[in-house]
Design a protein around this ligand. Structure first.
Ligand code: FPP
Length: 268
């Protein structure tokens, strides 16, 4: 596990980080040393990585550098999720509405996507991460969509973290698409046929959705999947969402009582 900006010996996370490992599964003892327990970890976490622009603005930097810092942070969060044994991580990288942004910003994001898939692919693949996009990636230039399709194909048999990257994703689009596809089946639209056509069909049910930067809304992300998810909003801009903060959010999640409409802390 690699962590930036922590001094050796200052916290269990830093101690682990300074063992110098990259993406090493944590033992139960190590997870418990973080104040967590494997039984109370979410199986599927989603993140709305908000605040890159404001992070940059606060430092009088161009927005592009905010997005770059956001990708750096994203790599740490993917590693920690995998190390903790979380089954699925869904990240909101680019929404169907983000096309409204200036073309220069879209280009920057596309270049960052390309850089990410080129630089990080080997480590992710070695660690059995399965990469999948959520959304219609055909709208991206081929240099982006081609890399994503390639990463999906090469990692499709991997049995580690399911890394879902939402790109040109919008929940309303996804719901309409799933409804249309299910309606075209002989059995028509049932909960089962509908859910089979969601982009997240082969990930476990969403347990926890985190949004950074102080905004408290879902912004068209995983609306159906979030039906029973715990929602946690943090004040940090995404580039400041540290591993320590993530662990803290996971501790909060573990304390929540989940009743799924029933009376007990168990799925009915
Ligand atoms: C929201 O911040 C963030 C985005 C629209 C992009 C998020 C993308 C990344 C972190 C990079 C993802 C990269 C890969 C490889 C998946 P904002 O720009 O809306 O911030 P603001 O609200 O402060 O302006």
């Amino acid at each position: 596990m690699i962590l930036s900006g922590c001094k050796a010996g200052t916290s269990p996370l830093c101690i682990l980080a300074h063992e110098g490992k990259t993406m090493a599964k944590l033992t139960r003892e190590q997870i418990e040393a973080l104040g967590l327990s494997p039984e109370h970890l979410p199986r599927h976490v989603a993140m709305i990585m908000d605040g890159n622009g404001r992070w940059a603005k606060a430092r009088s930097l161009p927005r592009a550098l905010g997005h770059r810092a956001g990708v750096t942070r994203l790599k740490g969060i993917i590693r920690l999720s995998s190390d903790l044994g979380i089954e699925a991580l869904s990240l909101f990288a680019f929404s169907t509405e983000n096309w409204k942004r200036p073309v220069e910003e879209i280009d920057t994001l596309c270049s960052l996507f390309v850089e990410f898939f080129i630089k990080e692919f080997d480590e992710l693949h070695e660690n059995r991460v399965r990469i999948r996009s959520l959304g219609d990636i055909s709208k991206f230039p081929p240099r982006v969509s081609g890399l994503i399709r390639d990463a999906e194909e090469k990692t499709k048999a991997n049995d580690g973290l399911k890394l879902n990257i939402a790109m040109n994703y919008g929940s309303r689009d996804e719901i309409l698409r799933a409804a249309r596809l299910a309606a075209a089946e002989p059995g028509g639209v049932t909960q089962e046929s509908f859910e089979r056509h969601l982009y997240t069909a082969d990930s476990p049910e969403l347990d926890l959705l985190i949004r950074t930067s102080g905004e408290q809304r879902l912004s068209n992300f995983l609306l159906y999947q979030a039906s029973y998810a715990e929602l946690i909003f943090t004040e940090d801009f995404w580039p400041d969402f540290s591993d320590e903060r993530y662990v803290d959010v996971l501790r909060q999640y573990a304390r929540r009582s989940r009743r799924f409409g029933g009376l007990e802390d168990t799925k009915q």
